[in-house]
Design a protein around this ligand. Structure first.
Ligand SMILES: [Zn+2]
Ligand SMILES: [Zn+2]
Length: 320
């Protein structure tokens, strides 16, 4: 199969990850240990601990079956409205994931925070650049919850990925699913990946309909379950985002894009233009594969597979 180009690698295996999580170290209700237990019971192998403004590496939780990614979530708040109502204030929320927690340990323990220079995009990019030089790669979080539009975030140029789905925001009523924002960033010329995550704070038990755990996850295809292998896969974009459905295989062969999934109702491919590739199941039927003839005019392709429950799996965008 020499002429097959794997968009998701064929080697390795998928590991389920929650890349956005709060604990009692900030405003979450569960301890880091409890989070590990609950997520492992639900089939997860990776959790990024992204407590607000507090960098931590929970190295003690790492073993052959579980990788805790060292991380934190920083915020850069806009001006408080004249009403004083901070729930209407714009803000950037950015997760910083640590490539190698063994480096710069002392500096990182101090949790280097950005200043609230909201309108100073040059400063924000400088901050992210400095953090990148220490090993942190950045994910731009929940645009809609943050009261932001493309005008606010299109200037970010040090972001590795953005959240296409944030489960906590969805349960807040703040539309956690933002595929339009992702396309807008791509069409603005940004090359970035997309992830889905819980942003769980666990105010209620996991069997409560308002539980914010296990609704958005990222499937990482890595050669093994070790900290460096998981990071390598993340940096390369070897993953997809999901609320439920699986993308099992994704490749291009002889000018055709082939997508294999768990049973879904539709498999669409968004592109840089308004023309999409589309496959849809007949009444009572399901799809597990779609093959699309590429035109060469797509710019980028990104797969969106939706199941009968209305849940989506989203691939990264691939510039062909
Ligand atoms: Zn946030
Ligand atoms: Zn958060």
């Amino acid at each position: 199969m020499e002429d097959r180009i794997w968009l998701l690698p064929c080697e390795g295996r998928f590991y389920k990850a929650n890349l956005h999580c709060h604990t009692v170290l900030s405003d979450g209700k569960r301890t880091p240990e409890e989070i590990k237990g609950m997520y492992k019971r639900h089939g997860y192998s990776v959790v990024a601990y992204t407590d607000h403004r507090r960098y931590r590496w929970h190295e003690n939780l790492m073993d052959d079956t579980f990788i805790p990614i060292a991380a934190y979530e920083v915020n850069i708040d806009g001006e408080t409205p004249a009403s004083g109502d901070i729930s209407r204030r714009k803000t950037y929320h950015i997760n910083l994931y640590d490539e190698n927690p063994r480096l710069f340990q002392e500096e990182k323990q101090a949790s280097i925070l950005p200043e609230h220079r909201y309108t100073d995009i040059g400063y924000i990019n400088e901050y992210l650049k400095k953090m990148r030089s220490m090993g942190f790669f950045a994910c731009y979080n929940h645009p809609y919850w943050s009261m932001q539009t493309i005008e606010d975030y299109k200037g970010l140029d040090q972001v590795w990925a953005m959240e296409i789905y944030n489960h906590g925001c969805e349960l807040d009523g703040m539309y956690g699913y933002n595929p339009q924002s992702y396309d807008e960033m791509l069409r603005a010329g940004k090359r970035l990946f997309c992830v889905a995550a819980d942003d769980n704070h666990n105010p209620v038990p996991t069997d409560d309909p308002f539980s914010d755990s296990f609704g958005g996850f990222t499937m990482i295809k890595a050669r093994e379950l070790t900290y460096p292998a998981v990071i390598e896969a993340l940096l390369k974009g070897d993953f997809y985002a999901s609320m439920g459905p699986e993308i099992k295989e994704l490749f291009v062969e002889r000018g055709r894009l082939v997508v294999r999934t768990s049973p879904v109702e539709k498999i669409f491919v968004a592109t840089e233009s308004r023309y999409c590739h589309r496959a849809i199941a007949g009444p009572g039927e399901v799809l597990t594969e779609a093959v699309f003839e590429l035109t060469g005019k797509e710019g980028y392709v990104r797969v969106d597979a939706r199941d009968r429950r209305g849940l989506h799996a989203n691939s990264n965008a691939y510039f062909l």
